[in-house]
Design a protein around this ligand. Structure first.
Ligand SMILES: NC(=O)c1ccc[n+]([C@@H]2O[C@H](COP(=O)([O-])OP(=O)(O)OC[C@H]3O[C@@H](n4cnc5c(N)ncnc54)[C@H](O)[C@@H]3O)[C@@H](O)[C@H]2O)c1
Length: 385
């Protein structure tokens, strides 16, 4: 069976290699020639995929920019970015561009699976017509970068199709390398389930962030509060404070749900409020910094860990960006340190030392040398007082 995976990023590459590992003939298609060259040279652009593992799949896996490779593929999987546009609205344009390019080549008997996160109804109403006459299915990816326990093979996968046949074919395809698969009555159920999962995280993280602000004002240790509440064996799930949610999913996907709700005249007040609380977190910490230093003018501040989560180099939607920008607007002399990110926004990671007036911990990685800060004041956005 030949499989074409369109988009070789955080989602598409692990999927393509897992499929190659079980003997599918896999071609990974990506519009970025530098990425394709790197993949074919056995150099992985993704932290979770080692060069050794990539090189080990070279018999059954190759990368290309050539969409005509799709022509004899039995299965075509779309793993393309679905970000927000400059107005904060869903931007399906990259997915549509890739799907349209794929549709020019896809064979008559191919199964097309969308893994990109989309608004409910998008797969049936917009993608499926591009692939008219083919079986089309939806199966959202749930990958959690840097998670050592859960990966593409052992994370339960949801599947639905525009027909029973499409669903059955998708389940058969995944069953060779995914241990738990569940299928559902409609694509819209699964599209909405994916958005529910990430909206649930946005709402709960924003909630704990607000509680953290309350605890800070009361001089109560929020981490001890969470640990205490988490002893309840049912009905509670711990979430932890931060400078705000980041990454390609948690701040983004709920907007796909909210946008669809607006379109049909339904409300998503929890998502709207959680988004507001989340976006206000960086300015809250500017206030905390002023509380410690007084005027921030010319104060030397280092922001530590600018990736959107610990132990990844991904800075998409990171709250560190807004935090740095707000601190600079307040007159501070701000640098950042992140040994995994290294270079970002035309700047390089600064060394850690005792030569700062203040350090702000956003997402320090394992191995970040916080001892190098000596005894300078530190704001820990993860719940330190
Ligand atoms: N990153 C995650 O943790 C995660 C988790 C679950 C779901 N998702 C969803 O999966 C989808 C893909 O996200 P990702 O994080 O893998 O994105 P990504 O940016 O890491 O990778 C996308 C890849 O697609 C390529 N690409 C862009 N346009 C193309 C085109 N027209 N043709 C071919 N290739 C093209 C890019 O060069 C890039 O390599 C999104 O809908 C996202 O919401 C992401």
């Amino acid at each position: 069976m030949k499989v074409a995976v369109i988009g070789q990023g955080y989602v598409g590459l692990p999927l393509a290699l897992a499929a190659a590992e079980v003997g599918y003939q896999v071609v990974g298609i990506d519009s970025d020639p530098v990425r394709v060259e790197s993949l074919n040279a056995g150099r992985s652009p993704i932290g979770d995929i080692s060069d050794l593992y990539l090189q080990g799949q070279s018999i059954y896996y190759k990368a290309t920019t050539d969409f005509s490779e799709i022509a004899d593929a039995d299965v075509v999987v779309l793993c393309l970015p679905t970000p927000l546009d400059s107005a904060g609205e869903p931007d399906h344009s990259i997915l549509l561009a890739g799907a349209t390019a794929a549709a020019e080549h896809v064979g008559p008997g191919a199964l097309v699976i969308n893994e990109s996160t989309v608004s409910p109804g998008f797969t049936r109403d917009t993608l499926a017509p591009l692939f008219a006459g083919r079986d089309v299915a939806y199966s959202p990816e749930r990958i959690d970068p840097a998670n050592k326990s859960w990966n593409v093979k052992n994370t339960p996968k949801l599947v639905a199709g525009i027909s029973d046949m499409a669903c059955d074919r998708a389940v058969y395809f995944y069953s060779k390398f995914v241990t738990t698969l569940t299928s559902y009555s409609s694509i819209e159920v699964v599209e909405t389930a994916k958005l529910l999962e990430n909206s649930f995280r946005l709402v709960n993280i924003s909630f704990i962030n607000e509680i953290a602000e309350f605890c800070s004002a009361m001089e109560i240790d929020i981490r001890e509060v969470i640990a205490a509440a988490a002893t309840k064996p049912y009905g509670f799930m711990p979430f932890f404070p931060s400078a705000g949610v980041g990454g390609h999913c948690i701040p983004v996907d709920p907007q796909y749900l909210a946008s669809k709700a607006r379109e049909i005249g339904a409300s998503t007040r929890f998502i709207d409020l959680a988004t507001k609380v989340n976006l206000e977190r960086p300015s809250y910490f500017v206030g905390v910094a002023s509380g410690i230093l007084g005027s921030l003018t010319s104060k030397k501040i280092v922001v530590i860990g600018v990736a959107y989560k610990p132990n990844v180099a991904d800075v998409r939607e990171t709250p560190a960006e807004s935090l740095i920008s707000l601190l600079r607007s307040a007159g501070a002399d701000v640098v950042w340190h992140d040994h995994l990110v290294g270079q970002w926004n035309g700047e390089v990671s600064a060394a850690l030392s005792v030569g700062y007036d203040l350090a702000v911990l956003v997402n320090p990685h394992d191995g970040t040398d916080l001892d190098a800060l000596g005894s300078i004041p530190v704001i820990d956005t993860r719940g330190g007082i």
